[in-house]
Each structure stands twice: as structure tokens, then as C-alpha cells.
Design a protein around this ligand. Structure first.
Ligand SMILES: [Zn+2]
Length: 395
């Protein structure tokens, strides 16, 4: 009975709040958080993906999510619109092997994942689902705001808290402003980096780090869920690099490059899952996979083989004047995958342009390379190891 938690914050923004990189969206952040727990081992039997900013509302998020996490494409994925209470509820009711990934891709961006091992370490203490829609976003994309902090505090938070009739104040409540969190928590709570769907998992990470068990809440508008969390045996892996100011970029005028869905389909598995074609006759690796092996000449004898997602820069250049429709400047690199002789051209991400040199070591991370004809085109980019320095200075 425990959870393995993984967290991710984009390296852009300030210590007050993170913003998405130009090549990130809710899906790439979900993969970053999910990889923290999936790469560490642990059996995943089902995935729940919770966000209010799902990249595609009609078809198409589940396959890249599974492929990039290198999970079987036979797993059930639940895509769910939701905020903080939805995530706490999902972990509460999860069976062993359920991976809950929650993402905030708006203001205060971040993502977090929780893999449940055995029965859930959360037990429901109370739930109030009430309607006080101060902020709304409709299916047609229109949004409305009628922010009245006093109404939210009195008719939202106070009323929902009273309805729950808890035996004691929670240790932490996710989804609240710092002021409200201070009033309704049993002791001065640490600031959580997000306020939405991912915030309850960041709260659980705080409790796991300090080995504390107790009540934890999750609030969105007037809806509140509170559960008792047993922190024993749970673990946290964080990727929370120091925040830096996003670099200015300029889009070159001109029409977008059109998507070829046939080419997209052909490249999908090797690109999103980061696989090479491996010749079954001589073992030669090639990216992208080749029909004709350049090692032994065999035709159409290959299978997909996963490549290491770490490597070093073989050569690099920074582009200041891009082709039409792309933003510049950006840095490209030919990256040699660790332990192989496979070299691949990719974007350098997570650092301002021109910051890497030959020999720089880093991770290969899923990023949105482009949006073509409305389709997010995902592939791998190079993130230098220096980015992985955690906020607060720990390695
Ligand atoms: Zn061969």
C-alpha cells in the first residue's frame, strides 16, 4: 500500500510560477512526470490522464502518451477533464497498477504522476461537490470569469469545509491560494507550485518527503475532496529545475508546412517511442528504420528496438533565420545515443539558444516539434544535464 510519485516543472518562468516552453503542452508534460515513475520500474496496468488542457479533444492523446512512456498500446487510458479534486479522487479509487498523471498547462504550469502499488494509501474523509462556477470554459472555447474572492471564500470554501465536518484541519489543501491555505490547514503549509489537477500530487510529495501521514484536501471552486493519506513506503522523484526567463523568439512570415498523415503514421512509433530499426540479420541500428540494411544488405528484415534516452552532442548549430512559419532562433544538434553509434538530428530544448557545445551530455525528452494542420507533431529533443539542477540547489 504505497504510491510512487514523479513530479515535473518546466524550466521556464519564475519561482512564483512556471510557464510552458514553446515546445511543450499537457501531453509532453504528462510524459515527463510519468517517466519519473515508469522508468524506475513498477507495473502499470491502467493510465488516468487528468487535465483541463488536454491537447486534443477529439482522438489522439492516448497513443502518443503510451508510446512515449513505452507502455503497451493495449492499456486502457482514461482521459479526464478535471482539477484538483478529480486527481485526489482518482488516486483514492485506484487499483494496484493504476498510473494517475495530472497536468496543469495554463498559468502555474506543472505535472505530477502517482503510480499506486497495492491498495490505495488514501482513504476518503469527506467530499462535497457544489457548484459555484466563477470561472468557466465552454465546449466552443469561450471562457468567462466572475472572480469574487469573498464569495468563493465564504460560499465556496467555508461552506464546503463545514459540510465535511472533519475531525481536524487537513495538513495540506491543494488548489487554494496561499492565504486560504494558511487559514484552513492545521499548520503553515508550504507553497505548492500548481493550483489545478496536479496540485494534490505535489501535496502528497511534500508529505512523503517529510514522512507525514494525515488529512490532505483538494479544492476547485466550491468542490472539495479530503482524504487520509498514509505516507509509509511511498517515494518521490522530482524533476524541478531552477526557473529561467523564456528567450524571445520571432516567427518567420509565410504559410505553415502541411502535414502528411501518411508520413506521420510511418514515423510515429520510432519517433514518439524513440526506437531504431534493428536489422534482425546483423543487428545494425538505423534511425529512421531502413528497408535496406546498410550493414549486410538484407531487405525488409528489421524490428523496432528501443534506444537509450541519453546521449552527447556530436555537433551543433544555432539557426537565426528560419524557414517560413517557424520561430527562431533555435539550436539544433546531432546527438549520439549513449552506448550506440546511432546519431540523430534534433532540437535542443530547455535552455536558451546557443548554450550547448560539442560533448554536452543530456536527456532525450518528448517535445511538440510542430503543429501541422492542427495536429501536434511529437518527437524527441535534447535537454542538457545542466537543466536537471533542482530548485534549491540539490542535484
Ligand atoms: Zn543487417
Amino acid at each position: 500500500m504505497s504510491i510512487s510519485v514523479g513530479t515535473y516543472l518546466p524550466p521556464w518562468g519564475t519561482s512564483q510560477g512556471r510557464v510552458l516552453g514553446y515546445d511543450e503542452d499537457a501531453l509532453t508534460m504528462a510524459v515527463e512526470a510519468g517517466r519519473q515513475v515508469v522508468d524506475a520500474g513498477g507495473m502499470v496496468t491502467r493510465v488516468v490522464f487528468i487535465s483541463r488542457e488536454l491537447p486534443l479533444l477529439e482522438g489522439g492523446n492516448t497513443a502518443p502518451l503510451l508510446a512515449a512512456l513505452r507502455l503497451p498500446d493495449t492499456l486502457e487510458v482514461v482521459e479526464q477533464l478535471g482539477g484538483a479534486p478529480a486527481t485526489l479522487d482518482a488516486i483514492l479509487s485506484a487499483n494496484s497498477g493504476t498510473l494517475v498523471i495530472a497536468v496543469d498547462a495554463g498559468s502555474s504550469a506543472g505535472a505530477a504522476a502517482a503510480l499506486v502499488n497495492g491498495s490505495s494509501p488514501l482513504v476518503l474523509a469527506g467530499r462535497a461537490q457544489r457548484s459555484l462556477p466563477q470561472r468557466t470554459r465552454h465546449a466552443d472555447g469561450q471562457s468567462f470569469r466572475d472572480d469574487d474572492p469573498r464569495l468563493l471564500r465564504e460560499s465556496g470554501l467555508r461552506t464546503s469545509m463545514s459540510a465535511l465536518d472533519l475531525p481536524e484541519k487537513p495538513l495540506l489543501i491543494a488548489g487554494l491560494s496561499a492565504r486560504d491555505a494558511a487559514v484552513w490547514s492545521s499548520e503553515p503549509p508550504p507553497a505548492l507550485p500548481t493550483l489545478g489537477a496536479s496540485s494534490p500530487i505535489f501535496a502528497l510529495a511534500v508529505l512523503i518527503d517529510s514522512a507525514r501521514s494525515g488529512l490532505v484536501g483538494a479544492m476547485e471552486q466550491a468542490t472539495l475532496s479530503v482524504a487520509h493519506f498514509n505516507a509509509a513506503g511511498s517515494t518521490v522523484k522530482r524533476h524541478e529545475p531552477k526557473a529561467q526567463k523564456p528567450a524571445a523568439r520571432k516567427k518567420a512570415p509565410g504559410g505553415d508546412i502541411k502535414l502528411s498523415l501518411a508520413a506521420y503514421d510511418r514515423a510515429f512509433k520510432s519517433k514518439v517511442g524513440w526506437h531504431a530499426g534493428k536489422c534482425t540479420a546483423c543487428g545494425l541500428l538505423s534511425t529512421p528504420p531502413r528497408y535496406h540494411c546498410l550493414g549486410c544488405g538484407a531487405d525488409d528484415q528489421w524490428e523496432l528496438a528501443p534506444l537509450p534516452r541519453t546521449g552527447s552532442i556530436y555537433t551543433t548549430t544555432t539557426v537565426h533565420v528560419s524557414v517560413p512559419s517557424l520561430e527562431s532562433p533555435y539550436t539544433l544538434a546531432v546527438v549520439e545515443c549513449d552506448g550506440t553509434d546511432v546519431r540523430s538530428l534534433m532540437h535542443v530544448t530547455d535552455v536558451p539558444p546557443g548554450q550547448v557545445t560539442i560533448g554536452t551530455h543530456g536527456r532525450l525528452v518528448l517535445r511538440r516539434v510542430a503543429i501541422r494542420t492542427g495536429v501536434p507533431d511529437y518527437g524527441h529533443a535534447f535537454s542538457p544535464d545542466a537543466v536537471s539542477v533542482q530548485e534549491g540547489g540539490a542535484a
